[in-house]
Design a binder for this molecule. Structure first.
Ligand code: GRF
Length: 190
């Protein structure tokens, strides 16, 4: 460690939070997770954050225009002096304005070898296509869904007996290895 302060990270999530857990467990000295936010009030990932003593917030997005909702999130990020954002299973498309504000400082993890299989059901689509490899990608967030420059990728072989569930489980193990490393590398450049 160079002695520089760890970068202050916010994680946004909508569900389980296993990638949040991996980001916490990795104890990287390049970053510190200071805030976890969600659009789902009872997302299990929020409980993981609370158990780790991290500040959390949840806003329901129902009834709010996308930009207005994202402005609420942006207020939270600024109030906590957040320097970069990691999306970890955040299941809501972000407004262009929010993406622009955090350009180059926001990453996402996606369970496919991007640019293949943006969107949902990535593992079923890879199996159906007869692919020999699946995997996961960490990319800089831009306005397009699961678009933006890929900064790290991990590959997993697809076995003949794989179902979307067995494949997802093996890819998830790689996600948990990849995301902390990729996030640390990115924030060192900020
Ligand atoms: C992961 O598979 C991630 O790649 C995708 O959503 C899932 C989130 O899982 N974007 P978790 O909430 O981190 O367990």
């Amino acid at each position: 460690m160079s002695g520089e302060a760890r970068k202050r990270i916010a994680v946004l999530l909508s569900g389980r939070g296993s990638n949040l857990q991996a980001l916490l467990d990795a104890r990287q000295d390049a970053y510190e997770i200071v805030l976890v936010g969600s659009n789902v009030a009872d997302a299990p990932g929020l409980a993981i954050a609370r158990a780790a003593g991290i500040a959390t917030f949840a806003h329901a997005h129902q009834g709010l225009k996308r930009a207005a909702f994202d402005a609420l999130i942006d207020d939270q990020l600024r109030a906590h002096d957040v320097e970069a954002v990691a999306l970890a299973g955040y299941m809501r498309i972000l407004s262009e304005g929010f993406v622009e504000r955090w350009a180059g400082r926001m990453v996402n993890i996606h369970p496919s070898l991007l640019p293949l299989y943006k969107g949902l059901d990535t593992h079923a689509r890879a199996i159906d296509a007869g692919d020999h490899f699946a995997g996961c990608s960490v990319h800089i967030v831009t306005a397009g869904l699961d678009d933006g420059p890929v900064i790290a990728q991990a590959r997993v072989p697809i076995m003949p007996w794989d179902t979307p569930e067995t494949l997802a489980a093996r890819v998830l193990i790689e996600e948990h290895r990849l995301y902390p490393r990729a996030l640390a590398e990115l924030v060192r450049t900020l």
